[in-house]
Design a protein around this ligand. Structure first.
Ligand SMILES: Nc1nc2c(ncn2[C@@H]2O[C@H](COP(=O)(O)O[C@H]3[C@@H](O)[C@H](n4cnc5c(=O)[nH]c(N)nc54)O[C@@H]3COP(=O)(O)O)[C@@H](O)[C@H]2O)c(=O)[nH]1
Length: 727
């Protein structure tokens, strides 16, 4: 079908017409080429490196070829009375121009950085490329009379090409941020606008050209006719189909890759969450959410490394560690239940955090044990200030429902680098804490070397201690107690001794705390009960009636069945219960009042005598002590030491003697070292006296020899036994 679309400029020009089908075909080619190219160009934007460059090359070829094909198909639709043909070289150059312009335009538009200058460059390149291709293509027609140009139409064709390209590229740019249906819509829109740019330019450009009547085409024998159309159509169609196919394939691959990537991201984030959870569990205490020992040690290592870096030339900065152990936590847990215990622990953790700075670390490292790492502590005084705040804060009552519970704590302090090397800091803080605890709790102690906390040494010692009984390294030494009125021996205190094969005699001050901490004290205590009863039986066989005092640890008090065990041991050795006296230090009695009360009553029931040891060192409630079925009160030797020099000490001892007598208790003074002390105590009507003035603790056989006269002149006589003298 032919249609006259031309506007002849004058009679001297040939009439022209268009085949509408071929025009339509050229438009389809232009739109399709644009659609495929935009898809490819999007691949360029999404892909990276070499792949992106390949897509860019293919896209530029498809677009360039599309423009070029649109032009030549448009030329096939253009009908003149003469046959037109095209010079090969210029035809090729026009193709190169179209491909190059497309390459430039898409190269710029697909860049991540895209501003106004990029937009203008791309639009000019695209529009200019379409025009260049068209007019080079027209130049390839070699006419005997040159084509006459209407320059206004030429200009309009250029404007159409540039503006439509700019619009198409803008739509194309928007496509980058879209997906799904919107993306397809914008791709179609951009392809239509780009198709309009190519065709609009071409057909406007063709209206600008007039062919003179009588002119002939000198290149008519070059590229021409239906063959040319077939070649163009087939090449273009194949190129478009191949490009479209590869775009779809790539889109699928990209989408699969995208999905894989997304699922990988999702798996990664799940993995990350799981990792965080594991980390949290590995490094945090689940009850209080505080760091656990592992995390504390890690933070400590880092803090020490930082400190070592800043202190390279001299000690400028220090760090402190506070070992905080709650006093009396176990009884609360036992009496009020674990839920109450948990609440106390959570509350204690919060109070500790409130006393620390945000740069400090508060960790829970055991049942009721906490560690506080004070970074940038200036000195021990700064740590002590924090310790004081903690003591104050923890001693405030805890509100549990309608109950008010009160606890205290013991704190051990170490300062690095003053108190030992990095590997022993926590052990040293622990040792200092233990000293604070043994001093009655609710206090702190700063580490001193004699606290003997060398961790490896302690480990070695405790392992030796476990075998000490079996290896017969344990023995009891006995220190006489002298009756104040009669001046004769009224009994002895059995004191445990450990003869270590390499270290020699180890003092109970060192191994008893170790035994308590490592759970060996029960065995040792049982051995003491057994040995004391055996010795009593042996002495009885020799005609000596003796009362032996043994020391009980808080752990023994808490153990159920102590009274039963003592009863069985007494029976086995056929010893009267009244021959055994159990000493419990005041602070132990106060630490676990329920256990003390219960055990004291059981021991009283079986007939064993009871004594409150080291009286005056703890924070006793006299009302509570009054309720304990004890027969004796032993005044701590620190008061006896100061009797001669300090009026205060005399006043205290005097008051204690009166108080004890008022409560029906006998009073024992320990640590009597001088005759003057003895005289003062006797004047105060102290019932019993014990101390180096009379005799140091000694093995049973030495005690016998000593009793038979192997002693200094003014020392007590062991010749008579007065068992039964106590009421
Ligand atoms: N749970 C158990 N504790 C025990 C047992 N055996 C001993 N211990 C406790 O160990 C602490 C140290 O005991 P030790 O080194 O034996 O010291 C005792 C005496 O030697 C000492 N003492 C006695 N007289 C004087 C004196 O005049 N001056 C002076 N400086 N020290 C003296 O006092 C210790 C006895 O104290 P106490 O028990 O308070 O009467 C000590 O706390 C023991 O209790 C055991 O088997 N189980």
């Amino acid at each position: 079908m032919l249609s006259d679309l031309s506007t002849p400029l004058a009679d001297s020009f040939m009439a022209s017409s268009y085949s509408l089908v071929t025009v339509g075909f050229s438009i389809v080619i232009a739109v399709m080429a644009s659609y495929v190219t935009l898809g490819l160009a999007r691949r360029v934007h999404l892909a990276s490196g070499g792949i992106g460059r390949i897509w860019w090359l293919i896209g530029s070829m498809v677009m360039g070829t599309g423009i070029w094909a649109t032009h030549f198909i448009g030329m096939q639709a253009f009908q003149l009375p003469i046959l037109l043909g095209y010079r090969g070289a210029l035809t090729l150059i026009s193709w190169v121009a179209a491909v190059a312009a497309s390459a430039l335009a898409f190269g710029v538009t697909t860049k991540t950085e895209y501003r106004w200058p990029h937009f203008v460059t791309a639009s000019l390149a695209m529009g200019g490329g379409i025009c260049a291709m068209h007019y080079l293509g027209m130049l390839a027609i070699d006419m005997s009379i040159p084509i006459v140009w209407n320059w206004s139409f030429v200009a309009i064709s250029v404007v159409i090409a540039v503006l439509a390209s700019a619009t198409a590229l803008s739509l194309f740019r928007i496509m980058f941020s879209l997906s799904g249906k919107k993306l397809r819509l914008f791709q179609v829109l951009a392809a239509l606008v780009m198709g309009f740019a190519i065709c609009g330019m071409h057909y406007t450009g063709m209206s600008a050209a007039s062919f003179a009547s009588g002119a002939i085409c000198l290149s008519a024998e070059a590229l021409n006719g239906p063959e040319l159309t077939t070649i163009i159509v087939l090449t273009t169609a194949m190129l478009l189909i191949a490009a479209m196919f590869s775009t779809v394939l790539d889109a699928r691959l990209q989408s699969t890759a995208f999905k894989l990537n997304e699922s990988l991201k999702e798996s990664n984030s799940k993995l990350q969450l799981a990792n965080n959870e594991l980390r949290q569990r590995a490094f945090a205490d689940p009850l209080t959410n505080l760091p656990n020992r592992l995390l504390f040690e890690d933070r400590l290592i880092h803090a020490l490394l930082r400190l070592e870096r800043t202190n390279r030339s001299s000690v400028k900065d220090r760090l402190g560690i506070l070992f905080v152990d709650l006093d009396g936590f176990k009884p609360i847990n036992d009496s009020f239940g674990h839920a109450a215990g948990d609440e106390i622990l959570i509350g204690a953790a919060q109070r500790l955090l409130a006393q620390a700075r945000s740069s400090d670390t508060v960790a829970r490292v055991g049942g009721d044990e906490f560690l506080v790492l004070l970074e940038d502590a200036q000195d021990a005084a700064a740590c002590m200030a924090v310790a004081n705040r903690i003591l104050k804060s923890l001693s405030q009552p805890f509100q549990l429902g309608n109950k008010e519970l009160q606890i205290t704590c013991s704190i051990g302090i170490v300062v690095f680098p003053d108190h030992g090397d990095r590997d022993h800091l926590i052990a040293n803080a622990d040792a200092a804490m233990y000293v604070a605890k043994r001093n009655g709790g609710n206090s702190f102690a700063v580490f001193e070397p004699h606290m003997g906390s060398d961790a490896s040494e302690q480990l070695e010692l405790q392992s030796d201690l476990r075998n000490a009984i079996q290896r017969q390294q344990m023995s009891l030494h006995y220190q006489p107690k002298i009756d104040g009125e009669r001046g004769s021996i009224i009994g002895v205190e059995a004191l445990l001794r450990w003869t270590h094969p390499e270290r020699g005699m180890i003092a109970p001050d060192i191994f008893i705390p170790l035994a308590e901490r490592f759970g060996i004290i029960i065995n040792l205590g049982n051995w003491v009960i057994e040995e004391a009863c055996r010795q009593l039986a042996e002495w009885r066989g020799m005609g000596l009636q003796m009362r032996v005092a043994i020391n009980l640890s808080v752990h023994q008090l808490r153990e159920s069945g102590l009274a039963e065990r003592i009863t069985q041991t007494l029976q086995r050795h056929n010893v009267q219960a009244s021959q055994l006296l159990c000493e419990i230090t005041e602070s132990v009695a106060m630490e676990d009042t329920q256990a003390t009360q219960r055990t004291f009553e059981e021991l009283r029931d079986i007939g064993v005598y009871l004594s409150i040891d080291d009286f005056g060192t703890g924070y006793s409630s006299l009302n509570y002590l009054r309720q304990l079925p004890a027969q004796q009160l032993k005044i701590d030797r620190s008061f006896i030491r100061d009797l001669e020099t300090e009026e205060d000490a005399r006043a205290v001892v005097h008051a204690v003697v009166h108080l004890a007598h008022a409560l029906g208790l006998r009073v024992v003074a320990e640590g009597v070292e001088t005759a003057a002390q003895r005289d003062i105590l006797l004047n105060m009507h102290c019932d019993e006296l014990q101390g180096y003035f009379y005799a140091k603790p000694m093995p049973a056989d030495r005690l016998l020899a000593w009793a038979k006269g192997d002693k200094q002149d003014d020392q007590a006589d062991f010749s008579t036994s007065i068992l039964g003298g106590l009421s």
